[in-house]
Ligand binder design. Structure first.
Ligand SMILES: C[S@@+](CC[C@H](N)C(=O)[O-])C[C@H]1O[C@@H](n2cnc3c(N)ncnc32)[C@H](O)[C@@H]1O
Length: 259
């Protein structure tokens, strides 16, 4: 049974972390405010140096605010690259190509409100530890680039891993990434339309808005004894059976429910 009482007390430690893109935007705002002080201090630095200083400041701030390490190159290079591109006479086709790539990766977020954000190595390690022994069937609901599936399938050759991904480009990359593995596969599909009654472990790293519908789907479709594992996001009002804290500064955790 999953009690739904005691919500206020229960939800306090389960607050969702801020969206990384918001943290990144804040980091750049802080970094730009800092570099704006340079001319005020009477220093006349060349623009590329100012752009690089902004990048270093934004990358540092981002890390201090809890962004994972893979955001460092993004924050570091964002303004210097924008400056570089603005000085080039690039054919409009390049901008169109960039728009198409971004669209094929992020367009579905407008509908799903679930951004693409890969699970950490620590989350994958913790997931592998809680997958029961035997010929277990595991699904990653929204598998992104297939990183969780690739890592978990390599450590658990006896288990079978499936990933569904709605965004076309990540789905294609996940499919290609896993094509050499006999116990893992990914495909382009909407997990809301997929029956999950066959799986022993359902893994989801989504967003706060997806959690209540996910819980209803799990309660309706998952078989008794199976595990629902959510990275970072709890279900409002439903106490998890286990909370596995993940190392790192952003207080993430895996929430586990025995169905
Ligand atoms: C936070 S990412 C997690 C990626 C991967 N599971 C991981 O842990 O590294 C969530 C992913 O779910 C995908 N997604 C969101 N809604 C979906 C849906 N209805 N069907 C399939 N994929 C979905 C998003 O496109 C995104 O790639």
């Amino acid at each position: 049974m999953h009690p739904t009482a005691d919500l206020a007390a229960h939800n306090a430690p389960l607050r969702a972390p801020a969206a990384p893109v918001v943290v990144a935007a804040l980091s750049h705002a802080g970094a730009m405010a800092a570099v704006a002080l340079v001319p005020l201090a009477g220093l006349a630095l060349p623009l590329p140096i100012v752009a690089l200083a902004e990048g270093i400041a934004a990358a540092t701030l981002g890390r201090l605010l809890g962004l994972p390490a893979w955001w460092v190159p993004i924050n570091l290079l964002f303004v210097p690259l924008a400056l570089l591109l603005s000085g080039q006479q690039l054919a409009p086709l390049w901008y169109l190509a960039g728009f198409v790539v971004l669209g094929l990766t992020f367009w579905s977020v407008l509908r799903t409100r679930v951004p693409l954000y890969p699970s950490s190595r620590e989350a994958c390690g913790a997931l592998v530890h809680i997958i029961p022994p035997g010929r277990i069937r595991v699904i990653d609901m929204g598998c992104g680039f297939g990183g969780v599936l690739a890592r978990a399938a390599a450590s658990r050759p006896d288990a079978q891993f499936t990933g569904l991904e709605l965004a076309p480009l990540p789905a294609l990359l996940a499919l290609l990434r896993l094509r050499g593995m006999s116990n893992a596969a990914a495909r382009h599909a909407d997990f809301w339309k997929h029956d999950i009654s066959d799986y022993d472990v359902v893994y989801a790293f989504l967003s706060p808005v997806a959690m209540v519908p996910l819980w209803h789907k799990a309660r309706t479709q998952m078989k008794p004894g199976s595990l629902l594992v959510s990275n970072s996001f709890a279900v409002d009002g439903v106490r998890p059976d286990r909370v596995i804290a993940l190392p790192g500064r952003d207080s993430r955790a895996l929430y586990v429910w025995h169905m």
